[in-house]
Design a protein around this ligand. Structure first.
Ligand code: AVI
Length: 306
C-alpha cells in the first residue's frame, strides 16, 4: 500500500469508527503549525513558557544530571529552538534533530549549524510511531530530549512503551530529558484549552481543512465547533469537534453522516502528578529520575537516567 493510501485509509477509518476520531497529527499542516506557535504565546496556555522558565532557572543542575552528552537526540525537533537553548549548558558533541517534516527540519538545522559550528548536526525524517533504532549511534552516550508535554498526547500504555524503548536504546548510559504537564486546578486547565481569542478553536477546526485536502473531502468548518473538557477520572484534556447541525461529509470513495451534537475526538492531553510520572519512568527501566518544577507546580522537567 502506498503512503498516500495508508493516510487516506487511516483518516476514513477514524471518521467511520463508532467513536469518530481524527489523529492529532493532522493538526499540523502549515496553518496548524503556525496556530500552535500562537497558542504557545497565549496567556492562558502556560505550558510552553513555564517549561522554558524551568529549563532556564535550572540549566546548570540539568546539565549536571545529564553529564557527558555524545549525542542529543531531539524528538519532534520542530524549529530546534528548545534544544538549541540547551547547547551552551549541556554541550553536546553531536545534535540529531528528528521530525516528520524533513524539509522544514533541514533548513532549521542549516541555520543552527552556522551558529554552532563546533557541533556536528544531522536532520533525520522520523515519525515517532517508528521503532527507535539508531544503529550508527551504538556506543555513543545518548541524551533523548522530548519537551513540550508532547508525551501527554500518548495514552499511558503507549507512553510507557515509548519510555521502555528509549531506556533500551540508551544501553545503560545517557537518558531522557523530558517536559510534562501536571494535574492542577481544573479552571486553569480549562482556560488553557479554551482560550479567549479562539486560537485553540481555530487550531482544532483547521484539522478539518487539512483532512479535506488529504482525502478530498468536503467538511465545512462552519458546521463544527471546538469542544475541550478536562476528564478528571482519566487525568486528561479531551478535545473534540462537535457538529452544530446535522452534517453529511463525502469524499470520492464514501460518505459519513453526523447528527447535530455528534463528536469527533481529535486529541487527548494527559496530565500527570510528579509521583506517577517518575514512577512510570522507573517502571519502564530507567534507574533514577531527577525533577524540576515551577513555583506553582504547573509543569515538570525531568531527567531520567538510563
Ligand atoms: C502538542 N501538545 C503537547 C499540545 C497539548 O497541550 O496537548 C497540543 C495542544 N492542543 C491544544 N492546545 C495545545
Amino acid at each position: 500500500m502506498t503512503q498516500a493510501s495508508d493516510t487516506t485509509q487511516e483518516i476514513i477509518s477514524g471518521l467511520q469508527a463508532s467513536t469518530p476520531s481524527i489523529s492529532p497529527k493532522f493538526f499540523y499542516d502549515d496553518i496548524g503549525s503556525r496556530l500552535f506557535e500562537v497558542i504557545t504565546l497565549l496567556d492562558e496556555y502556560y505550558p510552553s513558557r513555564t517549561e522554558k522558565s524551568i529549563m532556564e532557572a535550572n540549566s546548570q543542575a540539568i546539565a549536571l544530571a545529564v553529564g557527558q552528552c555524545d549525542v542529543l537526540l531531539d524528538l519532534g525537533a520542530g524549529n530546534c529552538a528548545k534544544a538549541s537553548a540547551l547547547f551552551d549548558s549541556i554541550k553536546p558533541k553531536q545534535y540529531r534533530a528528528l521530525d516528520i517534516s524533513k524539509a522544514f527540519l533541514e533548513s532549521a538545522v542549516a541555520d543552527l549549524q552556522k551558529r554552532f559550528p563546533m557541533i556536528e548536526m544531522q536532520a533525520q525524517a522520523f515519525d515517532l510511531i517508528q521503532p527507535l533504532d539508531f544503529p550508527d549511534l551504538i556506543n555513543q552516550r545518548k541524551t533523548f530530549f522530548y519537551p513540550g508535554s508532547s508525551i501527554g498526547n500518548f495514552d499511558t500504555e503507549s507512553a510507557k512503551r515509548f519510555f521502555e524503548n528509549i531506556a533500551k536504546v540508551c544501553q545503560g548510559a545517557g537518558g531522557l530529558l523530558i517536559g510534562v504537564d501536571l494535574i492542577k486546578d481544573r479552571e486553569v486547565l480549562h482556560r488553557a484549552y479554551n482560550d479567549s481569542l479562539g486560537v485553540t478553536s481555530a487550531f482544532n477546526l483547521n484539522a478539518l481543512l487539512h483532512i479535506n485536502r488529504l482525502i478530498n473531502a468536503n467538511f465545512d468548518v462552519r458546521d463544527w465547533e471546538h469542544h475541550a473538557i478536562f476528564n478528571e477520572s482519566l487525568s486528561r484534556i479531551e478535545m473534540y469537534l462537535r457538529a452544530v447541525r446535522d452534517v453529511q461529509v463525502s469524499w470520492p470513495s464514501g460518505k459519513q453522516s453526523f447528527q447535530k451534537d455528534a463528536l469527533i475526538h481529535t486529541e487527548n492531553s494527559y496530565k500527570y502528578t510528579i509521583a506517577n510520572f517518575t514512577q512510570m519512568l522507573l517502571d519502564a527501566g530507567f534507574k533514577s529520575a531527577q525533577t524540576w518544577t515551577d513555583s506553582n507546580s504547573h509543569f515538570l522537567v525531568c531527567y531520567a537516567s538510563a
